[in-house]
Design a protein around this ligand. Structure first.
Ligand code: HEM
Length: 324
């Protein structure tokens, strides 16, 4: 009988795909009962003291998930032997506040329940809490991710969208990870908060007048304002502008309403409103915040489950910035 059970169990193990990590709603209920409370306290305190944390963390999480799945690999620091993801060019602008909120949560959680909670789970929950705190929709974050072992800056190129990419390239980055065009547009609504550095959009704000009126790229007054805001950007590369100039700190659908008015910041934001594949979704979300919130919440839940690691494919890191 015991042999039969063993055979059955191993057959089951072979049948279930190893890559499909199972996540649970209450994963830490027994092993770290104060998990939710500690996460809530840490994210709230950090956001109150540094209001840019929410946008910073949302972008950090997005970049983590797209590179090798949501496995906390973006949190790893470079060593003498390895240049990590976070030191790739595109990630150098990820703000310190985002890393800091994860360190704070991890420190508090290690005191309460050592070696139990993964950095990948902390990043996923911190993102959800912070999005909700600035007015965005709530969504479930299932737990039990392991932290990844691999973080290489050389794997970043081509795997994260850039404002200079055309829409087909951007769609492809999302499609190769199972995200539809509609989900990509909904996720791009993340640009309702946070800011961009001048160098990310400077090339577009000087030739706005060449564009036909029927397809407004930059609104002329907006472009002039951007030109003066960024006038000194070569000497001061930290100069930056809010992504959603109407309600920069509030998670809402104003980002989508801005696009047809020529008030988008990045070339890729403008493109969402001019490409026939994406424009219908922009119009839909601009007209109906509830629909945007539903779509964003669903897409974020999907993103949070993307490529998660389990079993021997990962570990519970003791510090989020280094492999054990
Ligand atoms: C669709 C293609 C996308 C492109 C080309 C893009 C590009 C960028 C760029 C260039 C910045 C400015 C970074 C800086 O100067 O510091 C930025 C900011 C930001 N992005 Fe995206 N992004 C895209 C999609 C997304 C998605 C899907 C999310 C999240 C789900 C996201 C979240 C954010 C956030 C929150 C910020 C503000 C960061 C801050 O304030 O620190 N982006 N993005």
């Amino acid at each position: 009988m015991a042999v039969l059970v063993l055979v059955l169990l191993s057959a089951l193990a072979i049948l279930s795909p190893p890559s499909e990590a199972k996540l649970y709603r209450n994963f830490y209920q027994k092993t770290c009962p104060r998990f939710d409370q500690i996460m809530q306290d840490t994210t709230t305190n950090k956001q109150i003291n540094s209001p840019s944390t929410a946008a910073a963390t949302l972008r950090l999480f997005f970049h983590d998930c797209l590179l090798n799945g949501c496995d906390g690999s973006i949190l790893i620091s470079s060593t003498a032997f390895n240049t990590a993801e976070r030191d790739a060019d595109i990630n150098l602008s990820l703000p310190g506040d985002a890393f800091d909120v994860i360190v704070r949560a991890k420190t508090a959680l290690e005191l309460a329940c050592p070696n139990v909670v993964s950095c990948a789970d902390i990043l996923a929950v911190a993102t959800r809490n912070l999005v909700t705190m600035v007015g965005g929709p709530y969504y479930n974050v299932y737990l039990g991710r392991k932290d990844g072992f691999v973080s290489k800056s050389s794997t970043v190129e081509g795997n994260l969208p850039k404002p200079t990419m055309n829409m087909s390239q951007i769609i492809q980055i999302f499609a190769s990870r199972g995200f539809s065009v509609q989900q990509m547009v909904a996720l791009s609504g993340a640009h309702t908060i946070g800011f961009s550095h001048c160098k990310e959009f400077i090339s577009g704000i000087y030739n706005y007048s060449k564009v036909a009126k029927s397809d407004p790229q930059y609104n002329q007054r907006f472009a002039s304002a951007l030109q003066s805001a960024c006038a000194d950007y070569k000497n001061n590369p930290t100069l930056s502008v809010f992504n959603d100039i109407m309600t920069p700190n509030k998670f809402d659908n104003l980002y989508f309403q801005n696009l047809p008015k020529g008030l988008a910041l990045l070339k890729s934001d403008h493109a969402l409103n001019s490409d026939p594949r994406t424009k219908p979704f922009v119009q839909m979300y601009a007209a109906d915040q509830k629909m945007f919130f539903q779509a964003f919440a669903q897409a974020m839940e999907k993103l949070s489950n993307y490529g998660v690691k389990s079993g021997k494919a990962g570990e519970i890191r003791r510090r989020c910035d280094a492999i054990n």
